[in-house]
Design a protein. Structure first.
Length: 272
């Protein structure tokens, strides 16, 4: 028996994609276990998560994302770009589509620009209230955790944002967990260390919930950083967010839109 898959990445944030458009390939009760097994970079294929591409009764497509810790994420900015590239290349959709996620239905506009696949994602509206993040307490989130000044926002998933002088000097694997697991975040939070790097430019490094480590890029993290910086008056839109894996462009306003690339690495098959 062969199980076909594709490997894709968005600025180094990499995913295994299973095409379930025509039929279910992995039973629902095995999807989380599959992600834990095959996201392993030594004994599996390797990836920051497994994307499942499915039909949707509410939109053009449905995306589900399971992470290495077996949790199911609400959505993912780079993940949905990779998902859109596969669907576009397969002919399932054209230059735009609506994707059902646990964070709601997301609009995607996509196509090739000078041989590079680019996708612009209409992200969920940034929500700063503690009840929406979710976080304990009332009002907007502004706390000091482990000596760090922390802001928070929900852009489909919860994100903490910490402004620092120099992202290169941060030990993300050490500084991220105390905030990610802090008691004020009942569902945990992704943690972004953000440097103001110039006119409407931010540098960012992200510790991701569910992966439990730093990733080369985080689409929702870039969006969260831009949204918080804009909310505080540090930047105006659009904002260039430099991740370790490459830049993302974020527009903040009536519609919050994040644009970036997606690349197919290879197609393969697991032999049982």
């Amino acid at each position: 028996m062969e199980l076909e898959f594709a490997k894709l990445h968005g600025n180094g944030n990499d995913f295994i994609l299973i095409d379930e458009y025509g039929r279910q390939v992995i039973p629902d009760d095995m999807k989380a276990q599959f992600a834990a097994l095959y996201c392993d970079r030594h004994f599996g294929i390797g990836g920051d998560g497994v994307l499942y591409l499915q039909r949707s009764a509410q939109a053009d497509l449905r995306m589900r994302l399971f992470q290495p810790d077996e949790s199911e994420a609400e959505m993912c900015g780079n993940g949905i770009r990779c998902f859109a590239k596969f669907a576009f290349d397969a002919g399932y959709v054209g230059g735009s589509c609506m994707v059902e996620t646990l964070a709601g239905i997301i609009r995607v506009e996509m196509g090739y620009e000078n041989d590079t696949f680019m996708a612009a994602i209409d992200m969920p509206e940034p929500k700063f209230g503690r009840g929406d993040i979710p976080a304990t307490g009332e009002g907007e989130y502004h706390e000091t955790i482990d000596g760090q000044e922390v802001f928070a926002v929900n852009v489909g998933v919860p994100h903490a944002v910490v402004f620092v002088q120099d992202t290169d000097s941060i030990d993300v694997e050490k500084a991220g967990p105390p905030i990610r697991h802090h008691a004020t975040f009942p569902k945990g939070a992704n943690v972004n260390f953000v440097q103001r790097a110039g006119n409407n430019t931010l540098k960012i490094r992200t510790f991701e919930r569910g992966i439990e480590g730093e990733t080369l890029s985080c689409g929702t993290g870039a969006t969260a950083a831009a949204a918080v910086a804009h909310h505080l008056g540090y930047v105006t839109s659009p904002v260039t967010v430099e991740t370790p894996g490459g830049p993302l462009n974020v527009q903040v306003g009536e519609v919050t839109r994040t644009k970036g690339p997606a690349t197919t690495v290879f197609h393969g098959a697991i032999i049982f």
